[in-house]
Design a protein around this ligand. Structure first.
Ligand SMILES: Cc1ncc(COP(=O)(O)O)c(C=O)c1O
Length: 380
């Protein structure tokens, strides 16, 4: 039987490849973006209680009503956005699913979607599986800022969507208020929609606070904003997130969601809803992760890497071009095999493999993991 792949150029993701290599070589895994520390036992207790109370059957297709209310309360408090839990919030099995659904309910063959590169690896396959075309706009190395003239030039009558991600994986760069204002100017008067990936909303440093797209009424009116509880509460394995979008977009989103997973894990939703009563749960996160970033950079000060600015996310990029000209994929494999620390080469976040000789380190790890990684890496 002849099978024509819909995604012929997609292989196994680099995250799986590097994690497998890390296991084979008993390397410390700073490659994949997940914490190795325990989550808050109060959240575990809240989910346990929900299960014991019998919250074990399908809940509402759009999300547990109490969780949607809590989400609305949170975004009202943080971003001053009035969001209707009935018509604008849908709880999903993770942010990747929310991103997939946002794109799938809109895109048609022939549509173009503007994507900033380096890009989280799900975006382009999701565009392509829907028959649309990714139009790639590079972020400007080494600060990974946006060249708005390039964005302007990339817009055509076929542009259906622009995807944005702030704080940004893999670079740790963030959007400024000026970036959001530029985007407003570009899209006003067009039919261009937006997908804003904000999974690292709570992980920001040095006094910078995340300006969600929900703060900008002109943008919000045309945006799917996607979030992840896994990233926020150290439970990436729960795969639970949500999408906020205006009613007309949410209606389309739910048409796809209804027949894809229908509803998301009930006890996790109820547990999270009760846990979110406590604002401290998310208000403590910037300081918590900034300490991790600063600890890691302090420990690595005698290593040969040059560190690029990380303003948010779990990640910091280390530049090595001044002491090695190896391709970053070879360099990452060598770090894993010879020094016992797995990292991610940034070229894999570009379709054309652009190699600026930088690798991504995830510092969302136990202090002792970071200490041991630094000990191993100072001899590079
Ligand atoms: C930018 C970005 N978006 C989305 C996700 C996935 O979130 P979730 O695990 O909730 O699907 C990740 C995870 O690495 C990410 O880095």
């Amino acid at each position: 039987m002849a099978l024509q792949s819909k995604l012929p150029s997609v292989g196994t993701t680099i995250f799986t490849v590097m994690s497998t290599l890390a296991q084979e070589h008993q390397a410390i895994n700073l490659s994949q973006g997940f914490p190795d520390f325990a989550m808050d036992p109060r959240l575990i207790d809240a989910v346990d209680q929900a299960m014991r109370e019998g919250a074990n059957q399908y809940t509402h297709m759009n999300g547990h009503p109490l969780l949607r209310e809590r989400i609305a309360g949170k975004v009202g408090h943080l971003y001053g956005a009035g969001v209707d839990p009935q018509t604008e919030i849908t709880v999903t099995p993770g942010a990747t699913y929310a991103i997939y659904t946002s794109l799938t309910c809109i895109l048609r063959p022939g549509d173009e979607v503007i994507v900033f590169e380096p890009a989280y690896d799900s975006y382009i396959p999701t565009i392509e599986v829907n028959g649309a075309t990714a139009v790639r706009v590079p972020l400007q190395f080494p600060h990974y800022s946006i060249d708005w003239d390039l964005v302007k030039k990339a817009i055509t009558p076929r542009t259906r969507m622009i995807l944005l991600n702030t704080p940004h994986n893999p670079t740790g760069s963030v959007w400024t208020d000026a970036d959001f204002r530029m985007l407003e100017t570009l899209v006003e008067g067009t039919d261009i929609l937006l997908m804003s990936d904000e999974v690292y909303e709570h992980i920001t440093f040095d006094g910078y606070r995340h300006p969600s797209i929900l703060k900008y009424p002109v943008l919000r009116a045309r945006a799917f904003a996607c979030f992840s509880f896994g990233k926020a509460y150290h439970c990436t394995g729960w795969k639970i997130g949500y999408c906020i979008a205006p009613p007309a977009l949410t209606t389309e989103f739910r048409k796809v969601h209804q027949f894809n997973c229908f509803s998301t894990n009930t006890p996790a939703q109820l547990g999270l809803a009760r846990y979110l009563e406590n604002r401290e749960a998310y208000e403590s996160l910037p300081a918590f992760f900034q300490r991790k970033r600063d600890l890691f950079l302090g420990l690595m000060k005698d290593s040969p890497f040059r560190w690029l600015d990380s303003k948010g996310s779990y990640f910091v990029l280390g530049s090595y071009g001044h002491f090695s000209q190896e391709p970053d994929t070879d360099f990452a494999i060598r770090l894993t095999k010879e020094y016992g620390v797995a990292v991610i080469p940034v070229s894999v976040f570009y379709q054309d493999g652009k190699d600026d000789k930088v690798v991504r380190f995830c510092f969302a790890k136990e202090d002792k993991t970071l200490e041991e990684a630094a000990r191993r890496l100072t001899s590079v």
